[in-house]
Design a protein around this ligand. Structure first.
Ligand code: NZQ
Ligand code: ZN
Length: 392
């Protein structure tokens, strides 16, 4: 049964090979000063930077640049971005990049005019925004996080060994996002595949909860089937437009808040993955892939009916002559084989995790309710140990 909810999503999307035309349209709605935010330089190599700057200049904008946003953006970088945004009296923050750049843009958007330390207010204390918000627009170049159509913003504090995501409200969602699948063609294979699993994990973490019948679970099964199909094509041929465009669209729907409405969710894989990220700075999607199979095998007995449904509806396991448990386990075996097939990291050791870190990673994993089992600290350590086992 669906619970009560309110749904709206304020982000306007432009999708397809011609999507960048939407930028000229959108720029008409904002003042002269634009903070152009981007990462370590991929957009200069693949020509996206030139295209965006040309459009900004044609629209008569004054461009303030804020480059060097790192994967897993840091709190120090956030303070720097706030200074830059304030100096430029910016009217719009234009993020050109992946989830890190979009997340960072949202963080600068809410923090520039914040009178307190934004790390403490928004990330440690999770408070609402009560100051001026600078609007954000996004040109997406990496697929996975869903940041292009949600209020999520994840910031890392290496000194405190904490990586924390604040899910801001509608007023912080990007005002518009440009989604051109060809912009993602230059992604290195490792990043591309990590993004695929980020999408899968977002869906699974909203799917594996509850025992009721609700529309969202059917939508998610469809999204998963599409993702599995297209990702297999994309790893062999990264410039297959059909596959990459379907994946881009799936990523957006996986985390634009729709499928979570009216149901419970289980974000523990992300909580553990983020804590691994705080200790290792590893690629986000790989921190999720490396712990997922041990996590799901562990919680399977507590949500057996759903794991059985997943095996049959997503992985086409034939149920005849098998117990519920056998069916459910076969589903996870197929998922594991698929993950290895597309080249995901399956062991946290590969991400730089050592035995000495396990207790701290578990400590830094925010324990959430909503899934089939609320984990204890010891259970998280046990799952981490399992994710370090040889053969994993
Ligand atoms: O910095 P550049 O040079 O641009 O290189 C980036 C970066 O090294 C590169 N890249 C991006 N587009 C490219 C490209 N290289 C070649 N061609 C292109 N077209 O890819 C690398 C990774 O980029 P990044 O933005 O870090 O990846 P992703 O999109 O996975 O974002 C990860 C961040 O998003 C957070 C993660 O925790 C992490 O900090 N998340 C945000 C969420 C949200 N807003 O809701 C939810 C997610 O679960 C996630 O936690
Ligand atoms: Zn994610």
């Amino acid at each position: 049964m669906l619970g009560n909810f309110c749904y709206s999503n304020p982000t306007k999307l432009y999708f397809g090979e011609d999507a960048l035309h939407g930028l000229s349209e959108e720029l008409k709605n904002y003042g002269k000063n634009v903070l152009l935010v981007y990462g370590g330089g991929s957009i200069k190599k693949n020509g996206i930077y030139e295209q965006v700057v040309e459009i900004l200049k044609a629209a008569g904008k004054e461009i303030y640049e804020d480059a060097g946003v790192m994967p897993n953006p840091t709190v120090e970088k956030l303070y720097e971005g706030c200074r830059r945004a304030k100096e430029g009296h910016v009217d719009l923050i234009l993020a050109v990049g992946g989830g890190s750049v979009c997340d960072y843009a949202k963080a600068v958007s809410v923090s520039t005019y914040c009178k307190e330390d934004p790390w403490e207010k928004y990330y440690l204390r999770m408070e609402d925004v009560d100051n001026k918000i600078i609007p954000v627009g996004c040109v997406l170049t990496m697929v996975g996080t869903g940041s292009e159509m949600n209020g999520g913003s994840v910031i890392t504090n290496h000194e405190q060994k904490r990586k924390i995501g604040h899910v801001f409200g509608d007023n912080v969602f990007p005002k518009f996002s440009i989604l051109n699948p060809t912009f993602t063609f230059t992604l290195p294979a490792y990043q591309m595949t990590a993004g695929f699993f980020d999408i899968m994990s977002h869906i699974l973490e909203q799917y594996f909860s509850g025992e009721d019948d609700n529309t969202s679970d059917y939508i998610m099964e469809g999204l998963l089937r599409s993702l599995i199909h297209s990702s297999r094509i994309a790893v062999k041929n990264p410039t297959d437009y059909e596959a990459r465009s379907n994946i881009m669209w799936t990523a957006t729907w996986a985390l634009n808040t729709l499928v979570a409405k009216g149901k419970t969710t289980d974000w523990m894989v992300h909580m553990i993955g983020q804590s691994i990220g705080a200790f290792t700075d590893a690629t986000h999607g790989m921190t999720l892939s490396a712990v997922s199979i041990p996590y799901y095998r562990y919680i399977l007995p507590y949500g057996l009916a759903k794991f059985k449904r997943y095996a049959v509806n997503v992985w086409d396991v034939t149920p005849e002559g098998k117990s519920d448990e056998e069916i459910a386990k076969e589903g996870l075996d197929r998922m594991e084989a698929y993950m290895k097939e597309i080249g995901l990291v399956m062991n946290i050791r590969e991400l730089g995790v050592t035995n000495e870190m396990l207790d701290g990673i578990a400590e830094g994993s925010f324990i959430m309710d909503g899934g089939y089992k609320t984990l204890s600290h010891e259970e998280i350590v046990a799952i981490l140990k399992e994710s370090m086992r040889d053969g994993q």
